[in-house]
Design a protein around this ligand. Structure first.
Ligand code: HSE
Length: 300
């Protein structure tokens, strides 16, 4: 009567697809352990790896709150569950930290109870968890954390999530500079009105990127990785953003951008070696500026 689940970090937006595109990384990620107990209710018994930053009350923590909503939905609020959350990835990194925890918790409770819901049916609960953690219920982190690979949120109402193919030689280089950019703030600063001209550029790029994924056209993927709506504003919060982009592009990246709301950045590349070269070039540059960082290389 104990389930242990890992859920991966994710890169939301994939540059041009604000709130609609995202993909899962191999690592890092979060681990949740769920245990049945005789004591009725949902008990958050242990959180490690968050440096004390996450709420400890069961109602306020996204993992336990999502588990409660799930139990209510399936009519099992009478049972007792103990939750342990082991964060193996940075909080506030723009790598879908809250999504990884929430998805791990929901997958664990569903498994513990004999999978009454399908994996996809867990999505709405995970989105509610994001609303609690970030102030907005976006699905571009939780969808890939739950389903793996690359996902497109075609529509929020009604929810319509599509799994997209990943070409064989697509890898990600990811760097998390240790500066704080909370999703809540990074969302508040972006403008809510866009011009038709900019919208045309943006949806041209989104369609180009999706098309490139289907046809394994790496050049088209790269050409489409531009964001005229959000990145110019958010890049201001990320030190060395344009220098990091130049380093990545000079080292052979297909495209480069902000991961989610930042401060993490990522590049799409065609080999693990290039990805490793890019993370180390960016990390050394940041180190010279006195900024510590984590680097990750992942298949897609
Ligand atoms: N799409 C969301 C945003 C993801 O960019 O604000 C947050 O990680």
């Amino acid at each position: 009567d104990c389930v242990h689940v890992f859920a991966p970090a994710t890169v939301a937006n994939i540059v041009c697809g604000f709130d609609v595109l995202g993909f899962a990384l191999d690592e890092p990620g979060d681990e949740v352990t769920l245990r049945r107990t005789d004591k009725t209710g949902v008990h958050l018994v242990n959180i490690t790896g968050d440096g004390g930053r996450l709420p400890r009350e069961a109602e306020k923590n996204t993992v336990s709150a999502s588990v409660m909503t799930f139990l209510k939905h399936i009519g099992r609020t009478g049972i007792g569950v103990e939750i342990e959350l082991h964060k193996q990835m940075p909080v506030g990194s723009g790598l879908g930290s809250s999504a990884a925890s929430t998805v791990a918790g929901l997958f664990a409770i569903n498994t513990l109870l004999g999978s009454p819901l399908s994996r996809r049916d867990l999505l709405p609960f995970a989105i509610q968890g994001e609303a609690l953690a970030c102030g907005h219920g976006h699905a571009d982190n939780v969808a890939p954390a739950l389903l793996g690979g690359i996902t497109l949120v075609r529509s929020y109402e009604p929810l319509d999530v599509i799994a997209l193919p990943a070409p064989q030689s697509l890898y990600a280089a990811v760097v998390f500079p240790h500066v704080d950019v909370p999703t809540r703030d990074a969302r508040q600063m972006i403008r809510t009105k866009v011009s038709l001209k900019e919208a045309v550029v943006q949806w041209g790029n989104i369609a180009g990127l999706v098309s490139g994924l289907f046809t394994a056209d790496y050049d088209l993927i790269g050409r489409s990785m531009h964001d005229v709506l959000i990145e110019p504003t958010r890049a201001i919060l990320i030190p060395e953003f344009y220098e990091m982009r130049k380093l990545a592009m000079d080292a052979g990246a297909l495209g480069f951008g902000i991961s989610g709301s930042g401060p993490s950045v990522f590049a799409f590349v065609q080999s693990r070696e290039t990805a490793a070269r890019i993370t180390s070039a960016i990390q050394s540059h940041l180190m010279q500026q006195g900024i510590e960082s984590n680097g990750y290389v992942s298949g897609i």
